[in-house]
Design a protein around this ligand. Structure first.
Ligand code: BGC
Length: 252
């Protein structure tokens, strides 16, 4: 029997959702996207989710909903707010969405969701040892896996290097903001990944985020001991991982 869930990925600029077959990691519906409301405030986002789910073909009320979000999420409570409204800090997001959507939801960190998708269905399949997934976008998200098991809520994008929160230098948003060429950006990435490598000695780095489709421009410039591969699920990784974890959480 197919295991089906709704996956939703909340980002600083857009909110995306689809129906997911979590056995195969395939989308079963088209992807619906709505702009993130200005300011990214909790009640406004909750309203958008209602509309978005109503637009996903086949999203019946019995299906579990997995939602991923750009913050530390502990037991359904959002504990940080790096690129969204500060109103999320300390908010019980699980309860907010459960109430507004009228169905049980499972909320997790966006990079953790993307990492779960890669480890289950993509570039990290059947990889033992220590895997670090990084998403290069508005911020830098990270997910750490030991023998396929997630260690949740690592926030390694905020490592302090050269006295600054390094996502402000090495995220894709920083590349855009400062109009950095690939070479200059790759130098910053080199510094970032070397620091991660010195601290964790991973076996594999997976590089995700929208820019990973242009991996040929920068991945070959990185010199690291660990293998470095681009993500395979790219823009759908958050949706897939959130849906997979929603199914897993309903089993407990
Ligand atoms: C946040 C993380 C998030 C990442 C990617 C960071 O700024 O602190 O929680 O996973 O951005 O969205």
């Amino acid at each position: 029997m197919a295991k089906i869930a709704i996956g939703i990925d909340i980002g600083g600029t857009g909110i995306k959702g689809a129906l997911v077959d979590v056995s195969s990691g395939e989308l079963l519906s088209s992807r619906v996207r709505i702009e993130t409301p200005e300011g990214g405030r909790p009640n406004d986002i909750a309203e958008v989710l209602k509309v978005l789910i109503s637009q996903i073909p086949g999203a019946t009320p019995d299906l579990p909903v997995g939602i991923c979000f750009p913050a530390v999420v502990q037991h359904g409570v959002t504990m940080s707010a790096a690129n969204v409204s500060p109103e999320w800090i300390g908010l019980d997001a699980d309860s907010l969405f459960t109430k507004s959507l009228g169905r049980p939801v499972h909320v997790i960190n966006d990079a953790d969701a993307a990492g779960v998708a890669e480890v289950k269905f993509g570039a990290g399949r059947k990889q033992d040892g220590l895997v670090i997934m990084t998403t290069l976008g508005t911020g830098i998200g990270t997910a750490l896996f030991l023998n396929g098991k997630l260690v949740p809520n690592t926030e390694l994008g905020h490592l302090e290097i050269d006295g600054v929160d390094y996502e402000s230098k090495a995220s894709f948003a920083a590349k855009e903001r400062e109009e950095l060429g690939w070479d200059t950006w790759a130098e910053r990435l080199q510094k970032y990944y070397s620091t991660l490598e010195r601290l964790f000695s991973p076996d594999l780095f997976i590089i995700g985020g929208g820019v990973s489709k242009q991996h040929e421009e920068f991945v070959p410039l990185l010199k690291l001991r660990a293998k470095v591969v681009p993500a395979k699920k790219r823009n759908n990784a958050g949706i897939l991982g959130a849906a997979a974890l929603a199914i897993r959480s309903t089993k407990n």
